[in-house]
Design a protein around this ligand. Structure first.
Ligand code: 5CA
Ligand code: ZN
Length: 413
């Protein structure tokens, strides 16, 4: 699959500090410096049955800050992302609206790429659909079978979660907490014949009217979690630096991915750090395709909203925070952007040298975009004389801040 077109990012003269990130598994903030070679990042991709909403956008913009912070600290980054282009919700929606599931997936994936490009999210180096990853899934299931962690229920293959002694450590959830949500998040705890209600499907045998592919286990299609495990292991290896996604993926998705990988390759953690973005809500509930309370990035773009204003509105919230989208968020960002552009158009401004480390330090400190935005705002206030006489003592200030905004925050103004 081809990812969206990359944007060029300016190289800063000053490098940023090493990045520290909150790790879901330990609850601690830890340095995520690659041991050798490029930093290795996996961010779970979309299930393309509907357009990109602001919740998705917040998650991808959030981890784009990690990608940029690593690059600004002098590291190359290998970024891998999947597209869940065959799964129950996609097939159900395609049936519901009477379109071919492949056509729906293609259309929404294309639109997602356009949204990401407009928001200046750097594209992944490796971008793979579940369908094109079926050979990788088949190979991983074979490795898991050799460990004795796979069993059949009718013609479907299941993974035994208890095969991983570390199962549960990523989320830190109790069994009761797991059981309470697994059924709503793609699992089937009540299916008779399962050894453990939490066990997840690796290979789902062909059902009438559903797409299926040949495999040594009969015709069928991959389960959800195993797609990400297989893609990450193939393209990033084990113990890669960061596995990321929204907090709705902590359990079961990332817990299952980690368990499968840790059974397939014993003695190695799946990822070294697990990072999760908060949930963006709208009208009092988590923005989600199934709830239908969505604000689409493409709809805003179609009504001529500046994508940089959307990005700024997202950056004003810490990536780990849960928050509510309102129209005021956007209106506020549009005003702020106009003010920032005004300050930048002056050329000269308040000294820019201190703004650079302030922004880079904030972002390296668990991607603290609100603090970075505040540092820029302080420069704008000083330049425009909001709190006293206007300071235009630095003749090159605007050029420096312009570059900084582009490289570190992804705001090209
Ligand atoms: N394809 C799977 C991951 S392998 C999936 O979760 N797809 S998704 O389309 O449902 O979500 C894509 C990404 O957006 C995931 O990281 C998810 O955690 C995140 N996400 C979904 N809804 C929200 C929301 N309301 N706020 C923040 N992030 C969200
Ligand atoms: Zn995933």
């Amino acid at each position: 699959m081809r990812a969206w077109t990359p944007v060029a990012i300016p190289r800063l003269e000053v490098s940023g500090p090493e990045v520290r990130l909150h790790d879901t598994a330990t609850g601690e903030r830890r340095e995520v410096t690659p041991e050798s070679g490029p930093a290795r990042l996996y961010v779970c991709g979309i299930t393309p049955y509907d357009a990109t909403h602001l919740g998705h956008a917040a998650t991808y913009v959030g981890f784009d800050l990690l990608n940029r912070a690593w690059r600004n600290a002098g590291h190359a980054v290998t970024y891998v992302q999947n597209v869940t282009d065959v799964d129950d919700p996609l097939l159900e929606r395609a049936t519901e609206v009477g379109v071919d599931w492949q056509e729906l997936a293609q259309r929404e994936t294309e639109l997602f790429g356009q949204d990401m490009a407009a928001l200046r999210v750097l594209p992944p180096e490796v971008y793979l659909g579940a369908v094109e990853s079926i050979p990788l899934v088949i190979e991983l299931v074979r490795r898991l079978e050799e460990t004795g962690s796979v069993y059949r229920v009718d013609d479907d293959l299941y993974f035994s979660v208890t095969a991983d002694p570390a199962f549960g450590e990523l989320s830190g959830w109790t069994r009761d907490q797991m059981l309470a949500v697994v059924g709503d998040r793609g699992g089937d705890p009540d299916r008779p014949g399962k050894k453990d209600p939490l066990d997840c499907v690796l290979w789902r045998a062909e059902r009438p009217g559903e797409p299926a592919w040949d495999s040594p286990y009969g015709r069928g299609r991959p389960g959800w979690h195993v797609e990400c495990t297989a893609i990450a292991l193939e393209h990033l290896g084990t113990a890669f630096d960061v596995q990321a996604g929204g907090s709705d993926l902590v359990f079961p998705h990332h817990e299952m991915c980690a368990a499968e990988a840790q059974v397939a390759v014993p003695g190695q953690p799946f990822a070294r750090t697990y990072a999760h973005a908060g949930m963006v809500g709208f009208d009092g509930e988590k923005m989600s395709k199934s709830r239908g309370n969505l604000v689409f990035v493409s709809a805003l773009r179609n009504s001529d909203v500046d994508p940089m204003a959307i990005r700024l509105a997202l950056l004003r919230h810490h990536y780990r925070a849960d928050w509510e989208w309102t129209d005021d968020e956007l209106l506020g960002a549009v005003d702020t952007l106009a003010e920032w552009r005004g300050a930048l158009s002056l050329g000269a401004g308040a000294p820019a040298a201190p703004v650079v480390p302030a922004v880079l330090d904030a972002l390296a400190d668990d991607l603290d975009a609100p603090r970075a935005v505040a540092a820029v705002q302080a420069w704008v206030d000083a330049t425009l004389g909001h709190d006293g006489p206007a300071d235009t003592s630095d003749p090159h200030a605007a050029a420096t801040v312009h570059q900084l905004l582009d490289a570190a925050l992804g705001l090209a103004l």
